[in-house]
Structures are given as structure tokens and as C-alpha cells.
Write a protein that binds this ligand. Structure first.
Ligand code: ADP
Length: 161
């Protein structure tokens, strides 16, 4: 069974992430979406909340959601995954992602990093953009999955969900 890992902060998950995860699921037997808990970035949702938001977006056995606080390659090895799948939006993503891919390759040569190009309509979409637009009362319904929209709106506007 070929397993791929889709890592990220997903704070919160957007339609751009969903697209990459579903396209990865079409290429591999199983995809594990991993909310990385070691980011220094201040987050809007806790790791557990982010995991739950992602779980609510999928109802299929070949997509699992998990969390990890250590080194990504250790997780990939532990799960026997063959690939790390990442989305690329623009050249601005490239330098950082390429550096990460090279580092991961030298730490765990048997795992490949696979880059999927973002769809045109998602090129500008990021979790931080969603949070900023929503906190200023903008409409984010085109950017996040419908089933989690209310929770994201409530939290961005400062209410407890
Ligand atoms: P963000 O950069 O929005 O904080 P994450 O760190 O959670 O996102 O990103 C997880 C993965 O999803 C990364 O590989 C990132 O490049 C990818 N990704 C994020 N937003 C998009 C998008 N709009 N389209 C395609 N891929 C995306």
C-alpha cells in the first residue's frame, strides 16, 4: 500500500488544502494529513481543533488526519509512507519548499517529495489571507469548505465556537 503524507499547519484548512489532499488521494492508496504541532507561528485554532475541522471535511477511508510534534521525516518513516505531498502556489513558495524537500531527502532518502501545482483559482489562497479577510468582515465562503465555514467565521470574529 502506497501511503503519502500531507503536512501543514492548516490554521484553518482552506479549499486550496482540500484540493491538494484530494488530488494526492487520487495518486496514492492512502493519504495522512498531518497537522504539524511544532510551528512557532501563533495559531487561531488549537492543534486538536484543526484536526477536527479537517476530519469534518472528509468522509472517506483513504484520508486520515493526525497530528505530530516532531521531525516530519520521523513521522513519514514511522508510517512507512513513500511520499510527502505539498502544494505549490507561486514562485514565492518554491525556495522554501525546495529547501525543505532537499533537507528531507537527505534525512530520509527513501521518501520523495511530490509537488502539486495549485489550481489557478487557489493561487492566492492561504490560511492567513482567510483569517485577515474574515476578521475584517469579508466573505470567506469561497475559500473554506462549507461544513466548517461557521466555525471559522465565529473564531475569526473573536467568538468562542
Ligand atoms: P499556509 O501556507 O496556508 O499556512 P500550510 O502550512 O497549512 O498553509 O500548508 C500546507 C500545504 O498546503 C503546503 O504544502 C502548502 O504549500 C499547501 N497549500 C496551502 N495553501 C494552498 C493553496 N491555496 N493551493 C495549493 N496548496 C496550498
Amino acid at each position: 500500500m502506497k501511503i503519502a503524507v500531507c503536512p501543514g499547519s492548516f490554521d484553518p484548512v482552506t479549499l486550496g488544502h482540500i484540493d491538494i489532499i484530494e488530488r494526492a488521494a487520487a495518486l496514492f492508496d492512502k493519504v495522512i494529513v498531518v497537522v504539524m504541532a511544532n510551528s512557532s507561528k501563533k495559531s487561531l485554532f488549537s492543534v486538536e481543533e484543526r484536526v477536527n475541522l479537517i476530519k469534518r471535511c472528509f468522509n472517506r477511508e483513504d484520508i486520515e488526519v493526525d497530528t505530530y510534534g516532531g521531525l516530519l521525516v520521523d513521522y513519514v518513516k514511522e508510517k512507512n509512507a513513500v511520499a510527502i505531498v505539498k502544494g505549490l502556489r507561486a514562485m514565492s513558495d518554491f525556495d522554501y519548499e525546495f529547501q525543505q524537500a532537499l533537507t528531507n531527502k537527505s534525512l530520509l532518502p527513501q521518501a520523495e517529495t511530490v509537488f502539486l501545482a495549485a489550481k489557478g483559482k487557489n493561487m492566492f489562497l492561504s490560511s492567513s489571507m482567510v483569517k485577515e479577510v474574515c476578521s475584517l468582515n469579508g466573505d470567506i465562503s469561497r475559500f473554506v469548505p462549507e461544513m466548517i465555514l461557521n466555525d471559522v467565521v465565529k473564531r475569526c470574529k473573536g467568538e468562542k465556537s
